[in-house]
Design a protein around this ligand. Structure first.
Ligand code: TRP
Length: 337
């Protein structure tokens, strides 16, 4: 196993294998993960323990987790250079989360916007896990001595909390107990919006599925969904998130895939109609996703091989996680076994 060059910073990120991954997950996270793997020592996960904060159908959870892993690999995550794994395969995540449970405060967790949002929708019985979820995420990050955490805006607050916890425990147990991580906002962050209500982020669990492009959608579905995409009043194809959120979203999707500048895309559509933009965006998305879908299908057809890949990833991850957890146990005063 190659030891990473010490100068390389450590990156860690994860996506919940709930429902099916969307074009938003791909352009906002996975495609970017692939770019980072050359310059950083990367850890990428399917965070199934996090998914369990919401009741999951066992068969669906299993399938979604395999599919997420297959999509990561098919998108270009390189198993030689990255550590790719499933969160529940590494028991140290839950173990460190407990220790963080004893160091996090009710007050700071109550202030997490995601908790406020999700608990308000959870009805009378709010699972405790929904409340302590950020501590599990902090454990994910701290176990691997992570320097940078690529996340969207909605997760920045959790990374801030992780920093606070790391600093608090470093104060108690020594400065080198935990590496204090930072959120990593990529230079060109693609924020893909819902096709039908383009002021909302594209989601895995949107009420209307026609607003989301799932990575498993067929070419015909992709065409249909883009054809129905909400555009704005007026005719001009111009990037203006405030007044033309629908059109801007399609331009952003094109830019994220092709790497073309917004200005160049606008120029290309000068004098053209919304219909052109929709059809061509669908085409670009189909071209991008086609080979990934094909490769993912091949991987999913051979679960024995996928299991082997996951076993290897888990071994790599566990080796690191064990060292960190032992260090923390020792400093806390637990007898070492
Ligand atoms: N909480 C993140 C989300 O819902 C997923 C996540 C779990 C994560 N652990 C992480 C992201 C560690 C980055 C690093 O999107």
């Amino acid at each position: 196993m190659a030891t990473p060059a010490p100068s390389k910073k450590v990156i860690l990120s994860g996506i919940q294998p709930t429902n099916r991954l969307t074009l938003g997950n791909y352009l906002g996270a996975i495609k970017n993960w692939v770019k980072l793997q050359k310059d950083f020592h990367c850890h990428y996960m399917a965070v199934d323990l996090h998914a369990y904060t919401v009741r999951q159908d066992p068969e669906a959870l299993r399938n979604n987790t395999y599919t997420a892993i297959a999509i990561y690999i098919a998108s270009g995550i390189d198993l030689e250079h990255c550590t790719l794994f499933v969160q529940s395969h590494i028991p140290q995540h839950a173990q460190l989360a407990w220790l963080l449970n004893c160091n996090g405060y009710m007050g700071e967790l109550s202030r997490m916007t995601q908790y406020k949002d999700k608990s308000s929708k959870a009805g009378a019985n709010i699972p405790v896990g929904l409340f302590t979820y950020p501590l599990l995420m902090a454990a994910d990050i701290l176990l691997y001595d992570t320097h940078l955490v690529p996340v969207g805006d909605d997760q920045k607050q959790h990374v801030e909390l992780t920093r606070d916890l790391a600093q608090r425990m470093n104060g108690l147990y020594g400065d080198d107990t935990f590496v204090v991580p930072e959120p990593y906002i990529p230079p060109v962050a693609a924020r893909v919006m819902d096709l039908l209500s383009p002021t909302n982020k594209m989601s895995k669990s949107a009420v209307n599925e026609n607003g989301s492009i799932f990575l498993t959608d067929s070419p015909t579905d992709i065409e249909k969904k883009f054809k129905r995409a909400e555009t704005d009043s007026g005719k001009e194809i111009r990037h203006d998130r405030q007044n033309k959120p629908g059109v801007s979203n399609l331009i952003d999707i094109q830019a994220a895939i092709t790497g073309e500048s917004i200005a160049a895309i606008e120029a290309r559509y000068d004098g053209k109609m919304y219909g052109h933009l929709k059809v061509e965006t669908a085409e670009i998305v189909k071209q991008e996703l086609g080979p990934i879908q094909k490769h993912a299908q091949e991987l999913l057809a051979d679960k024995t091989e996928l299991d082997r890949i996951l076993k290897q990833g888990a071994e790599k991850a566990r080796a690191k996680a064990e060292v960190t957890l032992r260090r923390v146990h020792e400093r806390i005063g637990f007898i070492m076994s």
